[in-house]
Ligand binder design. Structure first.
Ligand code: 9MR
Length: 551
């Protein structure tokens, strides 16, 4: 597989792979498509923002050779905005090369590529995005290129906040909690965001261990015995372990300043930092991630056996703490233990996984390890799978009639703060449906959501910094905003359209759910970046690369 030979050895590779396309003709903003390209054997869809059926042609960039022609499907009306679109499907073109799409009434697209390993550079850059978020260390130029920077936030002096005080660690006790990743555009660290992020990346390794072995992203650990994905995971996991109180096993919810720090360089941002309240959510989140990490690292050679042991022990202690303190969060399972009869109707509908609801990730884990389950738990799996496939099917059926023909558009509630992560997580969910059923329909729908993220959407943005022809240039990201470099740190996923407009920034185009995006640094509700949004992008891009390189 070509992909396995790829190395992200120079930073230039992260940002220049798709740059350099030029066209003498002006290009149309009415044609929305994945701005990176298409797999030779994959579905190929462009959406034309047009109120009428059009003819279309796929030609060489100089328009001398026509390789494919067709007529769009019928006009669709977006349930989200009322706008009209039609779909140009050129999946039948299975020739590698650079092309443009010419339409009878809506102009010409930018050049695009059909080929193999189309998303490999993107996948590697999205993973490298985590290196750029590393806290407490300097990022030397040889790894970070133009985005090199001194260390910030050493986090060796962290105060126990009154909300987290205990007998052994009273208010004001100083603890050390260095490392980990900056959560997002801000400079804090949150266990539940970190947890789903780390679990998603660990799941990628668990699902595709062989394929990831040789993927390198030019970080200080590259070249050791571990895949770089695991090297990056270790970086954060070691921080997570510091968030557990060794005296009782409880886990602090976050490591944070009292107020958000300003837009100042990380090494100059020196506000006092605290660990705050231990919570049941943090303890359970931590217990799940450290258990998963223990399982993964126990199978690996070298000095990771020690980390695996630490994780296993930390997991058991966090779990025990949560069992002893179950009432800090609402928990319906607990209600069923306390009262009879149990209520099992509609209490836990399946959802797309997110930082605030990780139940579906537990199902993924059970599906992945079904052969290791006790007979009692294994007996529940067929029913669980049936419900899960029903959920995936409902998404698949609703996708067909959407304006951009993506699963993302099937539910207006997907357009929340961090909507692009909903999109990527939904893609992951559909890939599990593919794994369970073998039906390629689900794989192709997952690809449609990656197409959405990379340009096949109502705004025409490819939402990953540095990847595409129209990308976020002003993310709400302190590291990018304070470094005096025009291009933002590459490989980072912007939050995406969010009609909530909680930032109250002037300049949102309108209130439509799928158009409420603003490429402005003030727009933290639509244009921030976050580790728990990048992780599902990393999973989706790598997994699709692996799946499409199998054929
Ligand atoms: O991703 C979070 C989103 O779902 C919430 O609506 C939002 C407001 O509470 O917070 C988001 O998470 C932010 C975190 O709390 C602080 N760091 C930045 C995160 C992304 O905006």
């Amino acid at each position: 597989m070509k992909f396995l030979l790829l190395r992200l050895s120079v930073l230039a590779a992260t940002v220049s792979c798709h740059a350099g396309y030029s066209s003498a003709q002006s290009t149309s903003s009415a044609i929305a498509m994945n701005q990176i390209g298409f797999y030779t054997s994959g579905t190929k869809t462009a959406i034309i923002q047009s109120a009428q059926i059009e003819k279309f042609y796929v030609t060489s960039p100089d328009r001398k050779d026509t390789l494919f022609s067709g007529t769009t499907g019928p006009v669709r009306v977006s349930a989200l905005s009322g706008r009209k679109t039609c779909k140009a499907d050129f999946s039948g073109l299975q020739q590698k090369g650079r092309f443009v799409l010419c339409t009878s009434g809506s102009g010409i697209s930018r050049p695009f590529v059909i080929g193999d390993s189309i998303h490999s550079t993107l996948a590697l850059a999205a993973l490298k995005g985590f290196y750029f978020q590393r806290m407490s260390v300097s990022l030397p130029e040889r790894y970070a290129g133009p985005w090199h920077r001194p260390a910030g936030h050493p986090d060796h002096i962290i105060y126990v906040h009154p909300s987290a005080a205990s007998t052994e660690r009273p208010t004001g006790t100083v603890i050390s909690s260095p490392g980990g990743w900056y959560d997002a555009g801000d400079y804090n660290k949150y266990i539940v965001n970190s947890g789903i992020t780390t679990a998603t990346l660990l799941s990628l390794y668990e699902d595709y261990p062989g394929q990831l072995t040789y993927c390198k992203i030019n970080i200080p650990e590259s070249g050791n015995s571990l895949p770089d994905l695991l090297n990056e995971i270790c970086w954060n996991l070691r921080w997570m372990l510091t968030m557990q109180d060794p005296h009782d096993g409880g886990v602090y919810h976050k490591c944070t300043t009292a107020e958000f720090e300003g837009f100042i360089r990380p090494e100059l941002a020196v506000d006092r930092r605290y660990v705050v309240q231990k919570s049941t959510a943090a303890a359970l989140n931590f217990a799940a991630v450290t258990a998963q990490a223990a399982r993964v690292f126990a199978t690996l050679p070298g000095d990771l056996a020690g980390l695996a042991d630490s994780c296993r022990e930390a997991s058991a202690r966090a779990w025990a703490w949560a069992v002893a303190h179950p009432d800090i969060i609402y928990d319906q399972t607990k209600l069923n233990v306390a009262f009879d009869p149990d209520i099992n109707t509609g209490a836990s509908p399946l959802t797309v996984q997110s930082w605030s609801d990780v139940q579906t990730m537990a199902y993924f884990s059970l599906f992945r390890h079904h052969e290791r389950l006790t007979p009692a738990v294994a007996a529940a799996i067929p029913g669980l799978q049936q419900r899960f496939m029903g959920f995936a099917d409902s998404i698949a059926i609703a996708s067909v009639t959407t304006a951009y023909v993506t699963p993302m558009e099937t539910d207006i509630r997907n357009f929340v703060w961090g909507s692009n992560a909903v999109c990527a997580n939904q893609g992951i969910l559909l890939l599990y449906a593919f794994r369970l059923s073998g039906d390629k329909k689900y794989r192709d729908l997952a690809l449609a959501n990656l197409d959405y993220i990379l340009g096949r959407n109502a705004t025409g943005y490819s939402y990953v910094t540095g990847f595409g022809t129209r990308t976020p240039m002003h993310p709400h990201h302190r590291l990018s905003e304070t470094d005096n470099i025009k291009e933002p740190v590459p490989g980072l996923l912007a939050g995406g359209p969010n009609p909530g407009h909680q930032d109250k920034c002037p300049g949102y185009p309108n209130n439509y759910p799928d158009e409420s995006y603003l490429d402005d640094v003030c727009s933290y509700a639509s244009n921030e970046i976050a580790i728990n949004w990048n992780a599902p992008l990393v999973y989706l891009a790598f997994a699709l690369e692996f799946l499409f390189s199998e054929h």
